[in-house]
Design a protein around this ligand. Structure first.
Ligand code: MN
Length: 303
């Protein structure tokens, strides 16, 4: 009952903190194209549907790239059935897709791409970053869509750093950037299809934060920098993902040093998941259809 201690009151007092169910190790780095040395912190293979609606999280970096002439990254490829959310911490990326959207995102920016029925896109380092070289640090998360939204039209949200609200945490503990979902009374920047939270949190050394993750939501904390204790685990986490129990109406994080972490979560989508490469559908037959649509040039094309 940490929330009943003294000090200023939080806006929505938490009654029960979520407990850590599992701490997932960070898998070894693999390259996605020639631009993204990622650790798949979360994948359909590692947790299946346990963190639904989140089905994948790739974390890249920080990694230094020498100046180059040719932008590094991933050439045109398809997606269907989910949303790809890219959070940039350092460096700059450029995106171009079959729905006619393009742009670059830098530190603090987020791109929320709803692939839905289908998008073809390329993901590259920006020309500027390529020319200058530098450090890249980013995360990409895949958010599943429910069956009835899998074949709707694609949507693209570019959320600049300034468009993302920042909440000061009580007791001068730090800040939370609300990319998606409500944080007490502050709504997140992104429009989401189902209830989803994505918070980019910074905590000062020795601070404790109580974060209002709703009862019944799946959720996890990824400690990106520094080290912290989550819930009542008395073990330090760094570069690891703590998967939390759904019971409880908040998450408690205590930082041992200045720390930065991502809180991801949402209302579970209770449907079968069949994930294959760049497609996330409900059945094997729908995966086969996606493959055929790509072959026939139909994916990512207007009807
Ligand atoms: Mn992609």
């Amino acid at each position: 009952m940490l929330s009943s201690r003294g000090g200023p009151r939080v806006e929505t007092p938490m009654t029960t903190a979520k407990k850590v169910e599992t701490v997932l190790p960070s898998p070894p780095i693999h390259w996605v194209g020639d631009g993204f040395p990622v650790s798949s912190v979360l994948s359909p293979q590692s947790v299946r549907n346990r963190l639904s609606p989140f089905i994948l999280m790739d974390y890249a970096g920080p990694a230094r790239f020498e100046p180059s002439k040719q932008p590094r990254g991933v050439d045109t490829h398809p997606h269907r059935g989910f949303e790809a959310v890219t959070v940039v911490y350092q460096g700059e990326l450029e995106h171009r897709d079959s729905s006619g959207n393009s742009g670059s995102i830098g530190p603090g920016d987020v791109q929320w791409m709803t692939a839905a029925s289908g998008v073809l896109h390329e993901e590259k380092h920006s020309r500027e970053f390529t020319r200058q070289g530098g450090v890249l640090e980013m995360a990409q998360l895949w958010v599943n869509l429910p069956a009835k939204h899998k074949m709707t039209s694609p949507r693209y949200q570019e959320l600049g750093c300034d468009a993302i609200p920042t909440v000061a945490l009580p007791d001068d503990a730090g800040t939370a950037r609300i990319i998606a979902g409500d944080f007490n009374r502050t709504p997140g920047a992104a429009k989401t299809v189902t209830p989803v939270i994505l918070w980019d949190v910074r905590l000062r050394q020795g601070a404790t934060a109580r974060l209002p993750v709703p009862e019944g939501f799946n959720s996890a904390v990824f400690v990106r920098r520094g080290s912290a204790w989550i819930g009542e685990t008395r073990s330090t986490m760094s570069r690891q993902l703590a998967l939390l129990e759904t019971a409880g109406d908040g998450v408690i994080v205590q930082s041992e040093e200045d720390s930065e972490f991502l809180i991801v979560g949402g209302e579970p989508i209770n449907e079968p998941v069949v994930a294959y490469g760049p497609f996330v559908m409900n059945t094997q037959q729908e995966i086969q259809q996606a493959i055929e649509d790509v072959r026939a040039g139909k994916l990512g094309q207007p009807d």
